[in-house]
Design a protein around this ligand. Structure first.
Ligand SMILES: NC(=O)c1ccc[n+]([C@@H]2O[C@H](COP(=O)([O-])OP(=O)(O)OC[C@H]3O[C@@H](n4cnc5c(N)ncnc54)[C@H](OP(=O)(O)O)[C@@H]3O)[C@@H](O)[C@H]2O)c1
Length: 390
């Protein structure tokens, strides 16, 4: 019997994993730890996320097949719910993905992950704890081809508190939980779905579209960006979760050298997918640190700078550009050596992403939470866990 505890089912990657896993109907039991007041409310939150991948009726039907445990993973060590004891696999996706809420992201992503790991010690049949981190823990000064084993590194210069917290979680898991069967998966930049395009989420897609409209890139046209689609990430996570033995405990889920996109290729792909947007031979390289005025002016001309949404969008463009300019490719040789399928290049499915894409500023709404100051509690009424026994 395979019984998977999933955290983050109401998020972008969690929805993709659940949709693909439940559609397979392979007898696996899925237990979702969801922030909600009642199990039914949690189920409806899962159904809402699944409906981005399928029709509402199927989303409801699939959501009925999972067990919902109301709870907050950051307090999982206090959760004595016996339904967690019989778990055989943990897929830990949940995280605070906002970039700037330093203390809160650290509490959630580092301390919370350790709380979940402590709870996992009370799962006697556990065969794998797949912790989802991020390839960006390498920081801003990594070599252009990044290998898994070089990170986390004390020397890494992080651009945002989010990656600090993810790196710290990896370090603490490795240092204090060697008794658990932990494997770490590090996705690179997840954009769109190779068949559903932007329907499941517009996260990050909007900024690449904005770069196209602004005709400005903060790096050389031959610089690479490592982008993968969410359905491929979901399949790869399911592969790593279930493969009986793995050669390593750390894997990039990334485009790698075979599928990375160079900005020049992206510009050509935009021109082919969206000829109405005009020729793309007027892209200019600019200096992100020195040319703030140029970016602001071009942004105002292209999108307008009226209102707080547009101002937040400009701040977010700057922040994302800082990552886009790093020219990083994350090696996926380990993953491919496990026999898992390679990802499609972003340029191959860009057209699908543009086909059903709404206005760019509207798409930015999918990432807005990442760029606002953290509120004391953004959770929809988390259920109190049962009394501790662990
Ligand atoms: N998206 C990417 O490009 C990308 C790239 C690399 C790595 N990753 C990693 O992949 C994972 C999933 O990312 P995502 O893009 O799917 O994130 P997301 O859409 O922001 O979803 C985050 C999920 O975590 C849940 N969560 C947060 N705090 C929680 C708590 N205290 N208790 C229970 N659940 C909690 C959220 O639940 P609520 O709905 O209740 O808020 C939501 O389901 C993260 O670990 C992220 O670091 C993502």
């Amino acid at each position: 019997m395979v019984r998977v505890l999933l955290t983050g089912a109401t998020g972008f990657l969690g929805g993709a994993v659940l949709h693909q896993a439940l559609s397979r109907r392979d007898g696996t039991e899925w237990v979702c730890l969801v922030r909600c007041a009642t199990a039914e409310q949690g189920r409806q939150r899962i159904a809402a996320r699944l409906s981005r991948f399928t029709d509402p009726f199927t989303a409801q039907r699939l959501a009925r097949t999972v067990e919902v445990v109301p709870g907050d993973f950051t307090r999982a060590d206090l959760d004595a719910d016996p339904r967690l004891d019989s778990v055989t696999h943990v897929l830990h996706l949940a995280a605070d993905t906002s970039w700037w809420g330093e203390e809160r992201v650290s509490r959630t992503n580092h301390d919370g992950t350790l709380a979940l790991a402590r709870r996992a010690r009370g799962m006697p049949g556990l065969v794998r704890f797949l912790h989802v981190s991020t390839a960006m823990i390498c920081g801003a000064e990594a070599p252009s081809l990044v290998e898994e084993a070089a990170y986390p590194s004390r020397e890494a210069r992080h651009l945002v508190a989010y990656t600090v917290s993810k790196a710290a979680a990896e370090t603490s898991l490795a240092g204090s939980f060697a008794d658990l069967p932990i494997v770490v998966a590090r996705p690179s930049i997840v954009v769109g779905h190779s068949m559903l395009g932007a329907a499941p989420s517009s996260s990050i897609l909007w900024v690449i579209r904005a770069a196209d409209r602004l005709r400005l890139v903060p790096c050389a046209p031959e610089s690479a960006v490592d982008i993968v689609p969410v359905d491929w990430v979901a399949d790869s996570l399911l592969g790593l979760l279930r493969k009986p033995s793995l050669a390593h405990t750390l894997y990039h889920l990334s485009a790698g050298e075979g599928a990375r996109a160079r900005w020049a290729d992206l510009m050509r792909a935009f021109a082919a997918a969206d000829p109405a947007g005009g020729p793309r031979d007027d892209f200019a390289r600019f200096d992100l640190a020195a040319d703030r005025v140029l970016l602001r002016r071009r942004f105002a001309e292209t999108f307008g700078l009226d209102g707080s949404l547009k101002q937040a969008m400009l701040r977010a463009v700057r922040a994302y550009y800082a990552f886009c300019s790093l020219d990083l490719t994350f090696s996926n040789a380990r993953l491919l050596a496990e026999g898992l399928a390679p990802p499609p290049p972003f340029t191959d499915y860009l057209k699908v992403c543009l086909a059903n894409a709404p206005d760019i500023a509207e798409q930015f709404a999918d990432d807005l939470d990442m760029f606002v100051a953290p509120a004391p509690s953004s959770a929809p009424g988390p259920a109190l866990p049962r009394t501790a026994s662990a």
